[in-house]
Design a protein around this ligand. Structure first.
Ligand SMILES: [Zn+2]
Length: 578
């Protein structure tokens, strides 16, 4: 019996630490550099390098905060990619969410590489390329097949099917010269997904058993205990809500959550309703997923927005964008009675199948107020299963940690508090605390079979994009706009006689956003006095440079305004020599 006990003990030890099979004497180093997605939610992009080759993992965008006036989206700073462009062999896309693909057209305007991804991800990138006039760059698309292995530089990459809030999502298994890496990308473990395709846990187990050097895993929901519920529970909530609805049903969710939309559309059809899709991104996503065969609903069930009024109210399902309260989205326009075709009625039921993304709480609340004022029945959070997250809670994170049993662990996708919580979970699942590193954007991590350490920081950051014209807004413009919005502006025009060096007429002072209009006269004369005394005391020569005078005036006026008003407005002095 003793031998059996000892033998069992040995087997257990081996089983629990499969990474010990990795030959620790294997030479070589790899480097991992997140350029976005750490210290923030969204904007995911990372680089994986050996000495001679590199791959980019995802090229995502993120959203601005309210101080970035006129900025619609943020794209990552690509400086580091320019620096190593000659060794980059390809871009690896995990799934079609904006925070993983949204910045691809901006990258392709500067640098082009083969782009590997599943059909839906590439189709969605293709839509973006069409919009940006990059049709020709679709020749870089490499459509991948799950469970096949693609050699990209010195990396062998397998896309492993994963469940998430968008279809055709994948995790990555990446074989490198020093060992296997697993990158979950965004995930949840849904055992009853809508399309029946569960996460490919067998492949995780396969690689885990062979020994995985490092696991990179999604930290978004690291604070949530238990399991994230299956997408299918939302369908059951829809059943109840459709049952209760007597008039039109208007359902809003994220335009990329095709399974959610599909579940609503299925109920609509079952209840004898026609489906009207409103909102550009939703129309496009539904068109793309139907074309690729991911959604199977017959054409005859769809109608156009202008046809809605031809049907009885209980024959209509509107599926629309705007669940985040976005001003320009269809639902907000309906709520403010600005939508051309859909005028809300008290008999309408509006289903918001989403939760507010951090930062959007105020706009969602405003939308709720408008909808309730319009008298409609709003179905939102009081039904706990009206929305479920697409990200793993702690028990699912543990499942992946236990399947993979990596030597090193790098929590990704999340702010510092999210990755710190995920690190704790990893320790509880047997990962050595010394083998975990908490990264920030721009950190470059060196990984060998023996150690994991930060070696340097590379340039990272965000560039501002105006969606109206898909062009960049430079940082100085954004900071001027911030200043204008919080500090105001002062304009000063002075004419100086070239002959005498004295002022010709009175200076003209105008200001906006600094003093109330009833005080503007008094303010102007206060500034005029400063200008006049400056001109009296300084000896202005014939050759005087207007630039120098303008700088002097700006400094004097700034001092005065700071003393008097404790503000830093933009000051624009203009001097004419006549
Ligand atoms: Zn995602």
């Amino acid at each position: 019996m003793k031998t059996a006990i000892l033998e069992n003990e040995r087997i257990q030890q081996e089983r629990m630490n499969p990474w010990k099979q990795i030959d620790i004497n294997t030479k070589g180093k790899i480097r991992f550099t997140p350029l976005g997605g750490l210290g923030e939610i969204g904007g995911n992009i990372a680089v994986l390098e050996t000495e001679n080759s590199a791959i980019i993992i995802d090229v995502g965008m993120s959203f601005p905060d309210e101080t970035m006036h006129g900025v619609d989206i943020l794209v990552p700073d690509f400086s580091y990619l320019h620096q190593i462009k000659d060794k980059i062999k390809g871009i690896v896309i995990t799934h079609a969410h904006e925070d993983h693909i949204g910045a691809t057209p901006y990258l392709f305007k500067e640098l082009k590489f083969p782009l590997y991804g599943t059909p839906l991800a590439l189709a969605m990138i293709g839509n973006k390329f069409d919009e940006h006039g990059l049709q020709a760059d679709k020749k870089y698309f490499r459509y991948v097949v799950k469970r096949e292995i693609y050699e990209i530089g010195e990396f062998k990459v397998e896309w492993m099917h994963m469940t998430h809030s968008i279809i055709d999502s994948c995790s990555l298994a990446i074989e490198t010269p020093i060992g296997t890496l697993i990158h979950t990308a965004d995930f949840k473990i849904d055992h009853t997904p809508i399309d029946g395709y569960t996460a490919d846990l067998h492949r995780f187990a396969h690689y885990g058993a062979k020994g995985v050097l490092c696991l990179f895993s999604d930290s978004t929901n690291s604070h949530n205990q238990g399991f994230t519920k299956s997408e299918s529970v939302v369908g059951r909530t829809f059943d109840q809500l459709f049952e209760k609805a007597n008039g039109r049903v208007i359902m809003s969710t994220f335009s990329s959550n095709v399974h959610r939309i599909f579940q609503a559309m299925e109920r609509g059809v079952a209840h004898g309703r026609k489906i009207c899709v409103i909102g550009r991104s939703m129309e496009r996503n539904i068109e793309t997923t139907r074309r690729l065969g991911y959604i199977d609903i017959d054409d005859k069930h769809f109608i156009e927005a202008h046809e809605v009024n031809r049907y009885k109210d209980d024959e209509i399902l509107v599926v629309t964008t705007g669940s985040q309260g976005e001003n320009m989205a269809a639902l907000s326009r309906m709520a403010t009675d600005e939508h051309r075709h859909i005028k809300l009625k008290p008999t309408d039921t509006v289903i918001i199948s989403a939760s507010a993304i951090p930062g959007n709480e105020a706009s969602v609340s405003k939308l709720m107020n408008l909808l309730l004022k319009a008298g409609v029945t709003v179905r939102y959070k009081e039904f706990s299963d009206i929305h479920v997250s697409g990200h793993a809670s702690q028990e699912e994170q543990k499942l992946i940690l236990r399947l993979v049993q990596p030597k090193f662990f790098l929590p990704v996708h999340g702010e510092y508090n999210h990755i710190a919580a995920h690190a704790k979970t990893a320790v509880s699942c047997g990962v050595d605390e010394r083998n975990i590193l908490l990264m920030s954007d721009g950190d470059q991590i060196e990984l060998t079979t023996k150690y994991l350490k930060k070696v340097k920081t590379v340039k990272s950051g965000k560039r501002y994009i105006d969606n109206q014209n898909n062009k960049e807004i430079y940082a100085d413009v954004v900071s001027d706009r911030q200043k204008l919005s919080t500090e105001g502006i002062v304009n000063v025009i002075v004419q100086i006689s070239q002959q005498s060096g004295k002022a010709v007429g009175k200076p003209v002072v105008t200001s906006h956003g600094l003093v109330p209009s009833r005080e503007s006269k008094r303010f102007s004369s206060e500034i005029e006095k400063i200008i006049e005394s400056y001109l009296l005391t300084s000896k202005i020569e014939k050759t005087a440079n207007t630039r120098v005078i303008e700088d002097d005036l700006r400094n004097l006026i700034r001092k005065q305004i700071l003393k008097q008003y404790k503000r830093y407005p933009i000051i624009i002095p203009t001097v004419f020599m006549i």
